[in-house]
Design a protein around this ligand. Structure first.
Ligand code: ADP
Length: 472
């Protein structure tokens, strides 16, 4: 039995901006099911979950960051509601804000969070067996545990860094060198990448093992890692890709309380039809036509700016034989186009700009196809949710999409894949999907097949345990 401490900026359902939250909210639960003790510590974001639950204060401490003095408090959720011990760090002035990220002082905020976590752990009566950190917001922790004078007694605890997204690295100018607790200055190179303090690079250098959330993404990072390519090549010996799972208990069309009609493999056609009817009624779409959806952040990584043109071209050139529904937020220019198109493509297209968990579930349940033309997709969860709800993913062959979706044209395949993030490739794939939709028998068979694929966390949770065992 091992004790694992996960350190993360997000955790579903407490605070979520993307896939990181889904992983941090599920992986520890499944590790506990395997007989281990997994705990999570995260910032005390001011969300509904914080207000709706009861908390105990478990520790109070203080630290100095640069010229600032901070008190911090660690609270713990009282009822073990999420299936693991959940701890939050509060630092006044740092986390009493509306959003998880997006402030000018984010690097200072997350440096303070990391110092508080390390300081707290350094005061535990015992040590966790593994400290597992996630993304750049927690990337400085392995360095702090090994090279900050006050915390060197933590240096023997194995650390694992999981990279959910290598595009963001938490860069901080060297003028902030004194934000970290006093450290062995001979080790400065372990903080540096390209004359900048780079928390993600530091995590890769200092953690004992580095994982990414799919094997293909690990390979791609050696050629495309926002400047860290040579570091991934150099450190490849300790890097491994472990595919994310999905939480089958939360994402189950048979029990999902967000959707109108529950269904399973047996009654997939009837079940999806009722859910589709509600969606089409709500958004003014035609239930007879194949419904394509997109759910996600409207950013370049997801190739979201190609959607308006691809939708327009499809409606005009494939004679309006399909409908589209988009849910997402992000780049204001893309948001503007997606909102504006509603009037010109009325009856063929609709969108909701914003974040809406309930609608996302309803869309997976009611749609026929899910579009994911991503330029970069470390793992991608949407395509796995879609599979479970019998919605065929239409994906670009990259990262985790490549590892989880095969093309229906290939032996054993059940989805649609294309190679380039271009309007042409997307519209051609929409055309292929529309043709396939006409063949009801084949469509039903493929739906049943994809719903039976098990992408649950059990297997991946076990792989992480094996990884810890190897370094213990
Ligand atoms: P990323 O972490 O890069 O954003 P993932 O596919 O790994 O992408 O995870 C995205 C998660 O966020 C999924 O659970 C998806 O359903 C959810 N999501 C993204 N945007 C929205 C939105 N606007 N409304 C509801 N859920 C969303």
């Amino acid at each position: 039995m091992m004790e694992i401490l996960h350190v993360t900026a997000e955790c579903y359902p407490y605070a979520k901006a993307g896939g990181l939250a889904d992983v941090a909210g599920a992986l520890p639960k499944y590790q506990n099911d395997l007989g281990h003790i997994a705990k999570v510590v995260m910032p005390m974001h001011r969300t509904k979950f914080l207000l709706e639950n009861e908390w105990d204060t478990v520790h109070k401490g203080s630290f100095v960051m640069g010229q600032y003095y901070f008190d911090y408090t660690i609270i713990k959720e009282r009822t073990n509601k999420l299936g693991f011990d959940l701890y939050c760090v509060d630092i006044f002035g740092i986390f009493n804000r509306e959003k998880i990220y997006g402030y000018d002082d984010d690097s200072e905020r997350y440096t303070a969070f990391q110092i508080a976590v390390v300081d707290w752990v350094s005061r535990w009566q015992h040590h966790p067996d593994v400290v597992h950190v996630h993304d750049h917001h927690t990337g400085l922790i392995p360095f702090m545990m090994q090279h900050c004078f006050a915390y060197r007694h933590l240096a023997t605890i194995p650390t694992v860094l999981t990279i959910h997204n290598a595009q963001y690295q938490g860069w901080m100018g060297w003028d902030k060198y004194n934000y970290l607790p006093a450290y062995d200055s001979f080790q400065w190179g372990k903080l540096d990448w390209d004359d900048t303090i780079n928390p993600l690079a530091s995590g890769i250098k200092c953690a004992m093992r580095v994982t990414t959330v799919s094997p293909s993404y690990m390979e791609e990072l050696k050629f495309n890692a926002n400047g860290l390519e040579s570091l991934f090549e150099y450190e490849k010996g300790k890097c491994v890709g472990i595919l994310n799972g999905i939480d089958n208990a939360v994402w189950d069309p048979a029990t999902d309380t967000y959707i109108l009609d529950n269904f399973s493999v047996k009654d997939v056609e009837a079940g999806k039809k009722l859910n589709k009817k509600k969606l089409c009624d709500d958004f003014g779409l035609d239930i007879e036509k194949p419904l394509f959806i997109f759910i996600g952040r409207l950013v370049g990584e997801k190739a979201a700016e190609l959607l308006p043109q691809a939708i327009n071209d499809s409606v005009y050139h494939i004679n309006g034989r399909m409908n589209f529904l988009i849910l997402g937020s992000g780049d204001p220019v893309v948001e503007y186009h997606l909102e504006n198109m509603r009037s010109s493509l009325m009856g063929f297209y609709n969108s909701q700009i914003g974040y809406n968990e309930k609608l996302a579930h309803q869309m997976y349940a009611g749609a026929d196809f899910l579009l994911m033309p991503s330029r970069v997709e470390p793992c991608g969860l949407n395509q796995m949710y879609a599979l479970r709800y019998g919605t065929m993913p239409v994906v670009r062959s990259t990262g985790g999409l490549k590892d989880t979706v095969t093309d229906f044209g290939d032996p054993g395949g059940f989805g649609i894949r294309f190679n380039d993030a271009t309007v042409g490739d997307i519209t051609y794939s929409i055309y292929r999907a529309t043709e396939l939709y006409g063949d009801k028998k084949k469509m039903t068979a493929l739906r049943k097949k994809m719903m039976q694929i098990d992408n649950g966390w059990e297997v991946s949770a076990g792989r992480y345990i094996q990884l810890y065992e190897a370094i213990l």
